[in-house]
Design a protein around this ligand. Structure first.
Ligand code: IPE
Ligand code: IPE
Ligand code: MG
Length: 261
């Protein structure tokens, strides 16, 4: 359901892009974004990489607003992967600080928009200040009924799946001990162990900066997601790029392994 008229969400579209081409009835329920290209954006301007990450915040703000207005129910933003610890210490520390400050600065505005802020990933490994900022955001917004914003931070799909397997093993072994049967695991049980346990799979995955890879993101959950890749570097990504992704998504024929409808 649209929360604003299309021409209010997309007030000055570039030539050739028509917001009214969007079908409000077929907006994806869950959009996941691999926000990439902050470093290259900074490099092009001879700036420190952290300046690229800071510039990326505006793109995050605009994407959240636009997705919420367009009626997206879940928006996942890949903010820090389990592999991103390999980056120089200055960048990692700067990113953690940026997450904490941004979360604290934005939470009231998100709350006013009825957004629910959650994390996926192992936040116990984050610096105290960063973890506390995410916890506070969740506490403040958990009862909201608007869009759920999932911040993937210290998130890695392989780590998530191993964690789910361990949870399954515990559950299955206990059940088997009671009945004497062989331990059994099924899809539902596995999914209960994922960070996204109660979240529908992403319908649309967007990746910026021209890369065509998944980088350990939602491997299980994106089994049938539609992909949209754009050369735009994340800090340059705006509502019209988001609209292009939505329109492209609506042009796809999703078959889920069945025959064409
Ligand atoms: C994405 O931008 C942000 C994070 C991974 C935190 P990058 O920092 O990966 O930017 P590039 O890929 O080096 O341009
Ligand atoms: C993916 O981007 C992770 C995030 C956007 C947080 P990366 O820049 O880390 O991915 P690779 O290294 O190019 O695959
Ligand atoms: Mg990158």
């Amino acid at each position: 359901m649209l929360h604003k008229p299309l021409d209010a969400i997309f007030p000055s579209p570039p030539d050739g892009l028509d917001p009214f081409a969007l079908d409000p009835e077929r907006v994806p329920e869950h959009v996941a974004v691999i926000m990439d290209g902050n470093g290259r954006w900074a490099k092009k301007r001879a700036l420190n990489r952290l300046k690229g990450h800071k510039a990326g915040i505006e793109a995050v703000r605009e994407t959240i607003r636009c997705a919420s207005d367009a009626g997206v129910r879940y928006l996942t933003i890949y903010s820090f992967s389990t592999e991103n610890w390999k980056r120089p210490e200055e960048e990692v520390v700067g990113l953690m600080d940026l997450f904490a400050k941004t979360m604290l600065a934005e939470v009231d505005g998100l709350h006013e928009e009825h957004v629910r802020v959650r994390t996926i990933g192992d936040i116990s490994a984050l610096p105290e200040e960063t973890r506390a900022a995410f916890d506070e955001a969740w506490e403040k917004t958990k009862d909201n009924d608007g869009m759920t914003l999932l911040v993937a931070v210290n998130y890695g799909s392989r780590q998530e799946m191993l964690r789910a397997v361990q949870a399954c093993m515990r559950e299955a072994v206990i059940a088997a001990e009671e009945t004497g049967a062989i331990p059994q695991v099924d899809e539902r049980m596995f999914e209960r162990g994922l960070y996204t346990a109660d979240i529908p799979d992403p319908d649309l995955v967007i990746r910026t900066s021209g890369e065509m890879r998944v980088s350990n993101f939602l491997l299980w959950q994106m089994a049938y997601s539609e992909f949209y890749c754009t050369d735009v570097l994340w800090p340059d990504f705006n509502r019209y790029d988001f609209l292009r992704a939505l329109l492209d998504y609506q042009s796809r024929d999703r078959r889920f392994g069945a025959v064409q409808s």
